[in-house]
Design a binder for this molecule. Structure first.
Ligand code: GDP
Ligand code: MN
Length: 384
């Protein structure tokens, strides 16, 4: 999940890092009074970088801020960009650093990247220096002194930079980030550091640990135009994709889902949705997944529900508990055919035979093989 600059800066500010004072303006919001009293910057809030070069960052003086905002909104409108604009106090920049933290997949490490030549030309400024840290554990400021000193930073700024980077790394861990990038990290006349720009990519799979993310502008921008059940699924850390077929599909694991899709297609049926959950899902997750599919199946164009599960390691106990919890609330909204198969590992807490008995007691009649399930579907509802 990517954050717009304004949300990324809110996150930095909450953790005590210095960012310029400012406010986000919605599509029709007027300029705050203070921006007519001192130099300000207007910045379009996009998920892409390179705004400086594209004319989407405007330096303003009190006299021209309204005109600049008008121009910026017109330019954004022409590009089809969302209309949020960040207005900030202008920072007097002495020097622009580049500072980022990201996960290096190859090294399987967290890496700090740094250059004393940050700003819009950072790519052409030469190689970034890199420093590996052991992922998941805090970094002390003193552990970074040599790295930043070797990059040419001295004096008061060196200490401030070590502290800034250590806090940024704390944020990286606390927020389950994949990338945090500050460019430019401005050095002011007094040697203080201010994050003039901020970019953040956070691990979407960790969203269940960060419910507050769903309140951000970034979230609302990302979810604009999406199906309500897709949004709900995303909040719960599940995947739901609405499709226009007539058979609702309840499955877990992308491969399993695709296999069901192929079998349905061969028999002339069309899926009404795709769903997925992560391996090792507990009963609550299975329940949430089934509830999403049942809710979707209430629509008139959905004629039946196909549920098929091939559990390799996820405990069968959890799946059955989740399904039973949903059924206790009421019967499936449309005819449901179900198939379950489980490996020995998945049968640890509950074996397949007992699972079948529990599901039968709840009014379902599970089969094992997928072709058998498709046959059941044909007997229940003929293909259109
Ligand atoms: P990006 O091009 O999308 O990365 O947008 P940035 O937020 O990095 O802005 C681009 C450039 O505008 C920066 O590298 C700075 O040189 C300049 N800039 C942005 N905000 C300020 C500010 O408050 N003061 C000054 N002096 N320059 C700024
Ligand atoms: Mn930037």
């Amino acid at each position: 999940m990517n954050l717009i600059e304004a949300d990324a800066k809110t996150m930095l500010r909450r953790h005590g890092l210095a960012v310029p004072d400012g406010a986000v303006l919605g599509p029709h919001e007027a300029i705050p009074a203070w921006a007519n009293e001192r130099p300000s910057v207007l910045k379009s809030q996009l998920f892409t970088g390179g705004r400086g070069k594209a004319g989407l960052v405007r330096m303003c003086v009190p006299g021209n801020v309204a005109k600049q905002l008008g121009e910026l909104r017109a330019a954004m409108g022409a590009m089809g960009c969302p209309a949020y604009v960040l207005v900030e106090e202008q920072v007097q920049i002495e020097q622009e650093f580049y500072l980022a933290i990201r996960i290096d997949d190859v090294a399987q490490r967290t890496v700090i990247l740094f250059s004393t030549q940050g700003g819009v030309e950072v790519e052409s400024a030469g190689a970034l220096r890199t420093h590996e840290v052991s992922g998941g554990r805090p970094v002390r400021p003193d552990q970074l002194v040599e790295f930043f000193r070797a990059a040419g930073v001295q004096g008061k700024t060196l200490g401030a930079l070590c502290r800034f980077a250590a806090v940024l790394h704390d944020i990286f861990i606390a927020q389950d980030a994949e990338l945090l990038e500050i460019n430019p990290l401005a050095v002011t006349k007094s040697g203080a550091l201010v994050a003039v720009d901020a970019k953040a990519t956070l691990d979407g799979d960790a969203i269940f640990r960060h419910a507050d993310r769903c309140e951000s502008i970034s979230w609302s921008l990302r979810m604009a135009g999406r199906h309500p059940l897709e949004v709900l699924a995303e909040r719960q850390g599940l995947t739901f994709v609405p499709l226009d077929g007539d058979i609702a599909v309840l499955s877990g694991g992308a491969g399993n889902g695709m296999m069901v899709f192929d079998s349905l297609a061969d028999a002339g049926y069309h899926p009404a949705n795709f769903v997925d959950t992560v391996g090792g899902s507990d009963a609550q997750r299975w329940q949430q997944l089934a509830e999403l599919v049942f809710e979707h199946a209430r629509q008139p164009h959905v004629r039946a529900i196909v549920a098929y599960f091939t559990l390799s390691v996820t405990p069968l106990r959890y799946l059955v508990d989740g399904l039973l919890a949903v059924l206790r609330k009421g019967p499936p909204p449309k005819p449901l055919v179900i198939g379950v198969v489980a490996s020995g590992a998945a049968e640890g807490l509950l074996n397949l035979k007992n699972a079948q008995a529990e599901l039968r007691a709840a009014g379902l009649d599970p089969v094992v093989e997928l072709p058998e399930l498709v046959q059941r579907l044909k007997e229940t509802i003929p293909a259109l």
